[in-house]
Write a protein that binds this ligand. Structure first.
Ligand code: G3I
Length: 354
């Protein structure tokens, strides 16, 4: 890590003494105001030290942040005995400096794994590496992070059904999810532990089947007494497909009856198939976001609402969903010049936004 990046963010890091001091910081601004959940966003920390307007937009609008990629295994554990906390440390320091809360993403996922982890085959090694990673990461960031995505994306997409085939599922069977939650509870007794998933919101067969697979997994975990506190709705919404209000609300009601909370973890709207010009896209994106948040809030108040990025200038969307008309994707609350769009007004309606 170059000193200039560090100085850009804060001028001298002072090591991670923050752990001792910042416990409360994890929650201060992340509790929302006026009964509305706090708003936050995913941060790309390769951009953070480079662009002042990016830092300013996050510090101004967000109550909490989550690392877009810095707390994933491929970043944290390039080799079995080598750890790289650099990018994650910087975001934690930025959050502390701006009194922002934090979510942790993600302690266990089938993707973004280093090759050595993808090669794990024995149950004993899988068990050991999962527990070691959770212990080390929570030990380092537990004071700043109030909510963890413990397991990310455990359910398959059509044509597959049920639990996703992964290195963890192959090595440990379906019990790997419960194992990860028990390890996380041991390491972070007070944190919100979240089971995070995408593709649960939309009115189509794929989403209906996924909701059913996810519901069964959650029911099984709760029957086992697994320490799951909340469900994470990623909410990467489709611009061209409506929200399944009835289907999603039935699922949320069941989770609430199980004593679970709900959090919105990665909201954005895929505008690939939405008609231009930009003003029309922005209106349709805001309408889809409103439809989704209104559907959720009618059943349960999320513990937080985060978008997956904050500006169209820096988003994952074009990597998989570039618009055929070559217009920039307009999937987030601020445009590429950090100007607020109607999407931001929708967020202000439901959430505590800076
Ligand atoms: O590690 C390199 C770094 O060395 C390099 O300097 C930097 C330059 O951009 O890139 C770094 O890695 C990339 C990282 O994004 C940072 O931008 C990875 O190669 C790339 O795979 C990674 O993609 C992320 C992807 O998850 C896979 O982890 C996307 O940004 C991120 O938006 C996406 O997020 C996922 C959520 O975790 C789960 N839900 C779906 C969501 C969107 O796919």
């Amino acid at each position: 890590m170059t000193h200039s990046r560090r100085d850009v963010l804060r001028g001298g890091l002072g090591g991670l003494a923050l752990a001792a001091t910042a416990g409360t910081g994890a929650l201060t601004r992340a509790q929302g105001a006026g009964g509305r959940p706090p708003f936050g966003a995913a941060v790309n920390q390769w951009i953070l030290p480079k662009e002042e307007p990016y830092r300013a937009a996050i510090a101004r609008h967000c109550r909490l942040v989550v690392s877009e990629s810095g707390m994933k295994w491929d970043q944290l554990r390039p080799a079995p005995d080598r750890w790289d906390f650099g990018p994650a440390d910087e975001l934690v320091e930025f959050a502390r400096q701006h009194n922002l809360g934090m979510r942790g993403h993600t302690l266990l996922w089938y993707d973004s794994l280093p090759d050595w982890a993808r090669a794990i085959s024995s149950a004993a090694q899988a068990d050991r590496e999962i527990k070691l990673t959770i212990d080390r990461v929570v030990e380092r960031y537990g004071a700043q992070v109030g909510s963890w995505d413990v397991v990310n994306e455990p359910i398959e997409d059509l044509p597959q059904r049920g639990m996703r085939e992964s290195v963890w599922y192959r090595a440990l069977g379906p019990g790997y999810v419960d194992l990860a939650f028990r390890a996380a509870r041991g390491a972070a007794p007070k944190a919100e532990l979240v089971l995070n998933e995408y593709g649960l919101e939309t009115a189509d067969e794929g989403s209906r089947v996924k909701r059913e697979g996810f519901r069964r997994l959650v029911r099984d975990l709760m029957d086992r007494g697994s320490p799951v506190d909340a469900i994470g709705l990623q909410a990467h919404l489709s611009g061209d497909r409506p929200i399944d209000r009835e289907g999603l609300q039935a699922l949320l009601r069941e989770f609430v009856e199980m004593g679970l909370k709900v959090t919105v973890t990665e909201l954005d709207v895929n505008d690939k198939m939405m008609p231009g010009p930009p003003e029309l896209i922005d209106a349709l994106v805001a309408a889809r976001a409103y439809e989704f948040l209104d559907t959720v809030f009618a059943v349960v108040r999320p513990t937080a609402v985060l978008t997956w990025g904050i500006t169209d200038r820096h988003t994952w969307m074009p990597r998989w969903n570039a618009r055929p008309d070559k217009l920039r994707n307009r999937c987030l609350p601020l445009d590429e010049n950090y100007v607020a769009k109607p999407f931001m007004s929708v967020l202000r309606h439901f959430c505590d936004v800076g």
